[in-house]
Ligand binder design. Structure first.
Ligand SMILES: O=C(O)CCC(=O)C(=O)O
Length: 263
């Protein structure tokens, strides 16, 4: 079965070996640089030379929109092999509106069940996450879990997160669905997990001794508008391939990087 057919059937794909060893090294080095304070980001404390990268990274869960400050992170939004898959599953015209760089150190919590389209709503259900495994992502260290086929459902209701030792306890959890079919999407480093914005997914606490680093970039069809962040059409985008039918609307600078709280 080809990639597009599998994606449309299951709502997600794990494509192994998309990112090379040297590219992963570059991502790891830039991740350390970001959290050591090379780029000025509110909340990131300038690391002392005597502190190891591990000691520095152990303080942080995730930074949103790192491509706004780092050319390395920005380059990975345009990663050619990732873009080839995006063209197959989204179509010829693709734009990107978000990046998130997870460090997820040992003991840090996961993200409760949700559907990304609830928060980043497209007009054509084209929202797609491309989740680059920088480290091997396993059940033990808190990989993604997905419900195959749930991308064909509508948006679920949500409720405030109840106390649960797996999650960060912040914000909402999707409710009113059967999670009996949930499976882990384990991904060796260098894999990319592509998942649809309606797909129910979660991650659990990192119960290993190491980090679970992942760079997640979010894409959608450039043909759809994006009602997001108070805009009728969010135009702080990067065109990835094809044509921007709304180019006459111009581009805006809206997003700046921010740290996701641990709990
Ligand atoms: O990587 C994770 O732990 C969660 C990622 C996620 O939920 C997302 O990208 O929507």
């Amino acid at each position: 079965m080809n990639l597009a057919k599998r994606y449309s059937q299951d709502g997600y794909l794990v494509v192994q070996g998309l990112v090379s060893g040297s590219e992963l090294e570059e991502l790891r080095a830039d991740t350390a640089a970001i959290f050591r304070g090379r780029y000025r980001v509110e909340g990131i404390v300038q690391a002392d030379d005597s502190e190891s990268d591990e000691a520095v990274l152990a303080k942080y869960l995730c930074i949103h929109q790192p491509h706004k400050i780092s050319e390395v992170q920005r380059k990975f939004i345009h990663h050619p092999k990732t873009v080839e898959v995006l063209k197959e599953i989204i179509g010829p015209d693709v734009k990107c509106m978000q990046s998130m760089l997870f460090v997820k150190p040992a003991g840090f919590p996961g993200q409760a069940w949700h559907q990304d389209e609830r928060y980043i709503p497209t007009e054509d259900r084209s929202l797609t996450g491309a989740w680059i495994a920088i480290d091997d992502a396993t059940v033990e260290n808190g990989c993604l879990w997905v419900i195959p086929g749930s991308h064909k459902w509508e948006l679920c209701a949500t409720a405030p997160q109840p106390a649960n030792e797996e999650y960060d306890g912040i914000g909402e959890i999707a409710i009113g669905f059967d999670d009996a079919g949930a499976i882990p999407a384990e991904a060796p480093s260098g894999s990319v997990v592509f998942f649809n914005g309606y797909l129910l997914h979660q991650s659990k606490r990192n119960r290993s001794n190491g980090f679970r680093r992942a760079l997640v970039n979010h894409y959608m069809s450039a043909r759809s508008r994006l009602r997001w962040c108070g805009r009728e059409d969010y135009r702080d985008i990067e065109m990835i391939c094809g044509v921007d039918p709304w180019a006459e609307r111009g581009l805006e600078q809206i997003a700046s990087p921010w740290l996701r709280p641990r709990s």
